[in-house]
Design a protein. Structure first.
Length: 202
């Protein structure tokens, strides 16, 4: 008499990807994120340079921020010629002595330091400001109305103003250069990418 035996059922557990593969995938994701952020920053700089180079309206800004190109030495050595000064709109009531403000005098933007805050004396109800260039011996002859202030300095980057000024004056050429650089990086990335082994290959 023989006893039949059932074949043993084999179960296959799902294989966990090797750690090296997970690291490669994570590195690829971070590389993509870094590229996207880089292109977004570049696009923001291009758009901002074009927008501000064509506008004298102090109310135009990106999330309340504007940038200006320093062309005179009145604020040296703290803000040298050729610097980019980034400003943020601030309620004139919150501006204090020592702040560097950017304001408009007719069609010209001026970035000088506040040396005195004067009480409101007109229908706007906003304070007035006496300003002075750090390198100048005397304060500016004219007072600054509160509603003429475009923003308060939050960041200064030396020499970046030269670049932004050139971009604003050559926006279409800059766009072409930007597109060519993107294509070049894409081609380099494709050339450096390792070839995947073909199925059934030797």
């Amino acid at each position: 008499m023989t006893q039949d035996t059932l074949p043993e059922r084999q179960t296959t557990l799902p294989q966990t990807p090797p750690r090296s593969s997970r690291k490669k995938n994570a590195a690829r994701v971070w590389r993509i994120v870094g590229n996207v952020l880089f292109y977004l920053v570049m696009a923001l700089v291009l758009v901002g340079a074009f927008w501000f180079s064509r506008s004298k309206d102090p109310t135009k800004s990106i999330f309340g921020f504007r940038f200006y190109y320093i062309q005179t030495p009145s604020m040296e050595p703290e803000i040298p010629v050729g610097s980019a000064i980034f400003t943020r709109y601030t309620d004139p009531e919150n501006i204090r002595v020592g702040d560097v403000i950017t304001y408009y005098l007719e069609d010209t933007s001026i970035s000088h330091q506040v040396v005195e805050v004067l009480p409101a004396s007109d229908e706007t109800g906003l304070p007035w400001f006496r300003t002075k260039g750090i390198a100048n011996a005397e304060p500016d002859p004219q007072l600054v109305r509160g509603d003429a202030v475009a923003g308060v300095e939050v960041l200064v980057i030396p020499r970046l103003g030269y670049v932004m000024s050139w971009v604003g004056n050559h926006i279409f050429l800059t766009l072409w250069i930007f597109v060519l650089i993107c294509i070049l990086f894409a081609l380099i990335g494709r050339l450096l990418r390792p070839d995947k082994p073909r199925p059934g290959g030797d």
